[in-house]
Design a protein around this ligand. Structure first.
Ligand code: AVJ
Ligand code: FE
Length: 434
């Protein structure tokens, strides 16, 4: 069955849209109205902005672009255009109140499902419509992750709960894995819901390198702190050093020292920093400095993707480290099933053929690379998705976090952010030349 079979498309799109809307509902009903309207951080929008923006993008792409319908509320388009208003400005806009935002998003969804059900898509129209539905489900899930970031920034009692990942015995396997020299096919031309920046597939030469078998843990990161890492200019780039001095950074975001131990605030609860969990909420500068302190470096984006997708037996690039099957719970910590990363060494079933674990899920992994287009890139369906962000200001993150739904997570998926950002669910692993 090809994913371009119309019935399969309908089934997949319906499933992805429903999963996304259930998560949006959870994130926007577990706090009260003032909390939905509040700006919990100048870095983020009020939750109610994300809610109506999700509906507005769905209206734009599924109802107006795919189905050719008239605008439902043209007067609100500007308010929910992310390029017209930076996040810090959004609380002062005449936002739809929570009830109205919910009603608008639900009305758009009802019409979108009607389009999905009743339009006889064929040929090229089918491919385009199929992509549009996948893109909109992914867009909603990306904003759900954004809203989860807002929840983590929000002060006040716990609003969200989830079971913890299964405990595992301490990881005792090899600390790093050798990825042999040889060409690697990066990106994709076949994944139907891959976004423009993941395309096209192209071959790159890759010299041999070693990469950490698991993400850098809190215990390892604490050793860097205790060794005076934040006070030693040698480990930092000039920009990184200036940044941590100006802002007085001394540990990951949400950490504080209490007597002899590190505590952290996580979704309204304070806990002792768990030593065996991947480190979370570090910026690119911190990841880069840790790697230098450890006598290593961050992997490039190409190295990361080769570690995640290269099958040394066939030479082929897989969809995921474990093969071509869609992610299942035994492969990776995805989809907000848990509200934290799983301990290092979890998910052996999700390991790459060479034995690299937890590339997918748990924490977004900073790479050494700037966010740049692949050779042959074409913006689709609009320049504002990726193209306007290409350049040296943004660093690429790979692999997804516990907050990422499987529909927005592939071996080829690329995320990007400023090197100072650490409210995102970011960690890293390190590498070295062979
Ligand atoms: C890919 C996560 C950087 O949140 O800015 C959401 C995703 N694009 N709406 C972002 C996105 C348009 C994007 N990131
Ligand atoms: Fe958006």
């Amino acid at each position: 069955r090809s994913p371009i079979d119309p019935d399969l498309l309908r089934e997949r799109a319906l499933d992805a849209l429903t999963t996304a809307r259930d998560r949006t509902a959870l994130l926007t009903t577990c706090v009260d109205e003032p909390d939905l309207l509040a700006q919990h951080s100048p870095l983020m929008s009020p939750l109610v902005w994300d809610l109506a923006h999700i509906g507005n993008q769905e209206e734009l792409w599924l109802l107006r672009t795919v189905a050719g319908r008239e605008a439902m509320r043209p007067e609100i388009d500007g308010i929910y255009d992310a390029f017209e208003h930076p996040r810090a400005e959004r609380p002062s806009l005449p936002l739809l109140p929570p009830d109205e935002a919910r009603r608008y998003a639900a009305e758009v969804r009802g019409r979108a499902l009607d389009v999905l059900e009743n339009t006889p898509f064929e040929g090229r129209r089918l491919t385009q419509a199929g992509f549009a539905f996948g893109m909109i489900a992914q867009h909603e899930q990306q904003h759900d992750e954004t809203m989860l970031i807002t929840h983590q920034l929000r002060k006040g009692p716990q609003a969200l709960t989830a079971p913890d990942p299964e405990p595992v015995p301490p990881y005792t396997g090899p600390s790093e894995v050798l990825v042999p020299e040889g060409p690697f096919t990066m990106g994709t031309s076949t994944e139907p819901w891959a976004l423009d920046n993941e395309r096209p597939a192209h071959e790159r030469p890759v010299p041999a390198f070693h990469i950490d078998a698991v993400p850098v843990t809190n215990a390892a990161y604490q050793a860097f702190i205790e060794d005076g890492g934040y006070g030693d200019e040698r480990w930092w780039t000039p920009q990184g050093w200036a940044h941590i001095r100006t802002h007085g950074l001394k540990a990951p975001l949400y950490w504080h020292r209490d007597g002899g131990q590190w505590l952290r605030r996580r979704f309204g609860v304070t806990e002792v920093v768990p030593p065996d969990e991947p480190v979370l909420h570090v910026c690119w500068y911190e990841a880069d400095a840790y790697a230098r302190w450890a006598g290593r470096r961050l992997p490039t984006e190409t190295e990361w993707e080769k570690a995640a997708r290269h099958d040394p037996e066939s030479g082929r690039s897989r969809r995921y480290p474990w093969g071509d099957a869609d992610p299942a719970p035994e492969h990776a910590n995805l989809g907000q099933r848990h509200l934290r990363p799983a301990p290092a060494g979890s998910y052996p079933a999700g390991a790459s053929p060479l034995g690299v674990r937890q590339l997918i899920g748990d924490v977004w992994e900073w790479t050494a690379s700037d966010f740049l287009p692949y050779p042959g890139f074409t913006a689709y369906p609009y320049k504002e998705y990726s193209e306007v962000f290409f350049g040296p200001e943004y660093k690429v993150l790979r692999g997804g976090s516990f907050a990422v739904d499987p529909v927005v997570c592939r071996g080829t998926f690329r995320n990007w952010d400023y090197p100072i950002r650490r409210q995102i669910f970011s960690g890293f692993r390190t590498a070295r030349d062979a």
